[in-house]
Design a protein around this ligand. Sequence first.
Ligand code: P6P
Length: 325
Amino acid sequence: MRFVTLDEFIAQTEQELPEATGELSGLLRDIGLASKIVNRDLSKAGLVDAILGDANTVNVQGEDVKKLDVIANDILKKCLQNSGECCGIASEEEEEFVAFKNRKKAKYVVLFDPLDGSSNIDVIAPVGTIFSVFKRKSPVGGLCTLEDFLQKGSEQVAAGYVIYGSSTMLVYTTGNGVNGFTLDPSIGEFCLSHPNIKTPEKAASYSINQGNYNSFPDNVKKFVDYCQDSTEKKAFSLRYIGSMVADFHRNLLKGGIYIYPSTKSSPKGKLRLMYECNPMAFLQEQAKGKATNGKIRILDIEPTALHQRTAVYIGSEKMVEMLEG
Ligand code: P6P
């Protein structure tokens, strides 16, 4: 059976992209390339400390041994700078946004979490790259500005993630549904494996760090108590990997809800708005689910800072609605 590759799919659907000029298509292809390189380096993850030397040290060749999330950050930054379609990036690994001085004519900015859940790498649990794309607001021809990045999630022109797990999959949307592409290592191509993903409107699993129960808001405690109430006809399963991309991906495909509310240690929530919650919320709404901060749509939050955090309730529509205040 001949799969459609990511490049072929992008070319076929380019006409559906806003002002289809091929630039956004090129950008998506470059993100796909960067994730293949990250995937290659991740496969050596277990070797970083064992053979290649401890992260944050200098190895026998006199090279700096970097943590894999720094490696992933550098790969994405380099691929996006080479892309020609991106005038700047913001990243969980960069304090400030990075304007590409040689790309002043490019139309798009990209925000990303290069390796979400990276604390799981040394136990070989799934991790992921999350990305969000905006059209710049500043004039083409000059350097990008902070206002190009601090846009509401509803302004995104594309968003997606790559999950590095038992296989590697890229899932993205440009506002016309959600499609998943599994990497075929034998040909080095992402192939369309999950067309037109839709999230079931309810399910029997929930994802939350129940260790924070005592500091949950009352609506979350009530929801968790409901899920644990064994008298319920259909018992709920708690599925929590500790890597948002992995929990989100399972819920996107099978239904469920991921909750990271405000807690004692994270009073504003833990997850980042701009490069974790916004892209996931765009995907989730395109897959017919919901994403809120407990009060309003994630995509309607007016950002004020690159690295701001938010509470997040995201997944099956009916499950998110159970938690709305
Ligand atoms: P906790 C990883 O650090 C992350 O940002 C998400 O990927 C994950 O779901 C969450 O934090 C885990 O946080 O506090 O439960 O360990």
